[in-house]
Design a protein around this ligand. Structure first.
Ligand SMILES: NC(=O)c1ccc[n+]([C@@H]2O[C@H](COP(=O)([O-])OP(=O)(O)OC[C@H]3O[C@@H](n4cnc5c(N)ncnc54)[C@H](OP(=O)(O)O)[C@@H]3O)[C@@H](O)[C@H]2O)c1
Length: 316
């Protein structure tokens, strides 16, 4: 793809985990404007407006959000709801006000119904309530799908909604309190190895199955959504612009823990704490829409975790 310097692409949440991958992936192709919360706090409509006024973007890749793992979502559900509702509403309204060409909206797979059958298709997004703990924040993010439809119908605003599976990779958050499962396991096992811990207790039964995807691979798909008009066939018109980006393959948390243990070099025993929440039993995403676009995420879990662990060792 040639560099389209005439196209100004604003990335919100550029200072975050996925934002850093998206910045790297878009850098060669577009004129980028990368912002984080310290530049413009998007909870504040006036600051959000100032961001659009100053940058005058053609494209907005909207990643800014209140993000966290099960424990953080369980502990602060109102904060997750409130912040994501406000940021979501502000971004859609201002994208219309400043007449941008296209909004790329990224949202989490925990917005799907708790009982959605795997492989989870985009068409099932409205079929039920999400898993209890991430539901408040996830539903707030999901309002972006309603907004996409509403702003397209009323104002002709173009958008694509991308739902990546569980992303992992370099730049992730490795704090044990609010991290996702892969960085949490890497950090726990690395520390257990260094402290010669013989037994490590992990949350849940280890049987829950998840779909993991290397963040760099997902980021490399974004230019395709920026430069193409994409609509899928779907009975519900609000879901025509929604696309999962996933490996389509499930790994149990037990398999994942064994793999990370091997890579990190933790050889102690792993025990499972059944009293702790582990979310839905099986969550693998259908990737046929993504395949129709000829997009592919090729990094296997072993290679991706190896690279993530190398990055962790250099940076923590
Ligand atoms: N991680 C995943 O597995 C995953 C999977 C699917 C979808 N997603 C989606 O991908 C997006 C990015 O997630 P992430 O994992 O990269 O999260 P992250 O590392 O926590 O990054 C969040 C970003 O949002 C910014 N932000 C937070 N509150 C803000 C505010 N009030 N005003 C302006 N910016 C604010 C943060 O800025 P500061 O750094 O300055 O605080 C940061 O740049 C989210 O929309 C998330 O739902 C993530």
């Amino acid at each position: 793809m040639e560099k389209t310097l005439s196209m100004k692409v604003l990335i919100t949440g550029a200072t975050g985990f996925f934002g850093k991958h998206v910045t790297k992936a878009l850098q060669p192709h577009f004129q980028l404007f990368c912002v984080g919360r310290r530049d413009f706090d998007l909870l504040d409509p006036a600051r959000a407006d100032a961001m659009f006024l100053e940058i005058q973007p053609n494209i907005v890749v909207h990643l800014a959000a209140k993000v966290g793992g099960i424990l953080a979502n369980k502990s602060y559900p109102a904060e997750f709801f409130y912040k994501n509702m406000l940021i979501t509403a502000n971004i859609w309204e201002l994208s219309k006000k400043y007449a941008i060409d296209k909004l790329i909206y990224v949202m989490p797979g925990c917005a799907y119904p708790k009982n959605a059958k795997s492989p989870i298709k985009e068409s099932s997004l409205w079929d039920g309530y999400p898993d209890e703990f991430p539901a408040p924040g996830a539903l707030a993010k999901k309002m972006g799908v309603a907004a996409a439809y509403a702003y397209r119908q009323q104002y002709g605003l173009k958008s694509s909604i991308i739902i990546p599976a569980n992303m992992y990779g370099e730049f992730d958050n490795f704090n044990e309190y609010d991290s996702h499962v892969i960085p949490a396991l890497i950090s726990k096992m690395h520390k257990a190895k260094n402290n010669n811990v013989k037994k490590l207790t992990l949350w849940g039964s280890g049987n829950a199955v998840r779909d993991f995807i290397y963040a760099e691979d997902v980021a490399k798909c974004i230019p395709h959504f920026i430069t193409n008009s994409i609509e899928f066939e779907c009975e519900n018109p609000s879901l025509k612009s929604v696309c999962n980006i996933s490996s389509g393959t499930g790994y149990s948390i037990r398999e994942l823990a064994n793999l990370i243990g091997e890579i990190v070099g933790f050889s102690g025993e792993i025990a499972w704490d059944l009293s702790k929440p582990e979310g839905p039993s099986n969550k693998v995403f259908d990737n046929s829409n993504m395949k129709k676009l000829k997009l592919d995420c090729t990094t296997c879990l072993q290679d991706g975790i190896r690279r993530t662990y190398e990055w962790y060792c250099k940076n923590y």
